[in-house]
Design a protein around this ligand. Structure first.
Ligand code: NAD
Length: 276
């Protein structure tokens, strides 16, 4: 059992597993920023991703900055690979206190309902839902031995508002929201908290690399904050939810979206201009 005393945002002595955590040429994503922040607050971090070299680069960067991290290749579609991740965490650091379930596959062929191929639906669910559930299962078993722990799942605003494409992605994220409340409900009394964050558009390395200026302008116009989100905005919330400072927060689905989904279409100015 990990007995290191922690208060507030301090994660000293805690062991965290963060999936989808890499450092690439364009920078970090949400998992990478979270791993950096958790290590900065004292956690020993296992960074895991399909792209092993990019995960290794992040672990080395954290180590060079004085933190503690190791990298592990993970394929969330493979139950054996998920098991190996938690075995590695235990052999390196003794247990797992925190899980940030964050990796995700976004397949180009995930489009509209009637165009969707069954293999694409199944592949998306294997990685983005079954993978999260299996990782949670391993983490919960270890946390039960420790007397508690915290899981934060990365969901999406795509679970809350429909889109003209990516129907499987949206359904996967809605399933992650359900997994979150069931995990919180079934293990809350044993000291395990589970919450989800729903990012709005976030300027992660991969999102930056794949978006047009026009799409950025549209997203900016529909976000209430005068800026778009960064991986660090998400990492702040995830790290808080994983910390003792959030001891009374569980079973929550928290949008971190700059208010993207919290308003009507903004027609007021146009109506006034039209004399309405
Ligand atoms: N960036 C956004 O605008 C945004 C918005 C809403 C939700 N999200 C969610 O945030 C999370 C992180 O996304 P990000 O934007 O930081 O991008 P990211 O590319 O940094 O993170 C996703 C990671 O998942 C990894 N991955 C893909 N398939 C995998 C597999 N089978 N096994 C293990 N790892 C695998 C990728 O290699 C990648 O490193 C995802 O769950 C994503 O759905 C992002």
């Amino acid at each position: 059992m990990n007995t290191a005393a922690t208060t507030g945002l301090d994660l000293a002595g805690k062991v965290a597993v963060v999936t989808g955590a890499t450092l690439r040429q364009l920078g970090v994503g949400i998992g990478g920023a979270t791993a950096r922040m958790m290590a900065g607050r004292g956690a020993k971090v296992v960074v895991a991703d399909l792209e092993e070299d990019a995960a290794q680069a992040l672990a080395e960067e954290i180590g060079a900055a004085g933190g503690e991290a190791i990298a592990q290749r993970l394929d969330l579609s493979d139950p054996g690979s998920i098991k190996a991740l938690f075995e590695r965490a235990v052999s390196a650091y003794g247990t797992v206190d925190i899980l940030h379930n964050n990796a995700a596959a976004v397949l180009a062929k995930d489009t509209t309902l009637i165009d969707l191929e069954i293999d694409v639906w199944d592949a998306m669910f294997d990685i983005n839902v079954r993978g999260y559930a299996l990782a949670s299962q391993h983490a919960v078993k270890l946390m039960l031995q420790n007397g508690g722990g915290a899981i934060v799942n990365t969901s999406s605003v795509s679970a809350l508002g429909g889109d003209i494409t990516r129907v499987a992605y949206g359904a996967c994220k809605a399933a992650i929201n359900a997994l979150t409340i069931y995990t919180a409900t079934q293990y809350g009394r044993q000291g395990i908290r589970c919450n989800a964050v729903c990012p709005g558009f976030t300027l992660s390395a991969s999102a930056k690399g794949g978006i047009t200026d026009n799409a950025l302008e549209i997203l900016g116009r529909h976000t209430l904050t005068p800026y778009l989100g960064t991986p660090e905005h998400l990492a702040e919330v995830v790290t808080f939810l994983a910390s003792p400072a959030a001891a009374y927060i569980t079973g929550q689905i928290i949008s971190v979206d700059g208010g993207l989904l919290s308003h009507h279409p903004q027609t007021h100015d146009q109506l006034v201009a039209a004399g309405a």
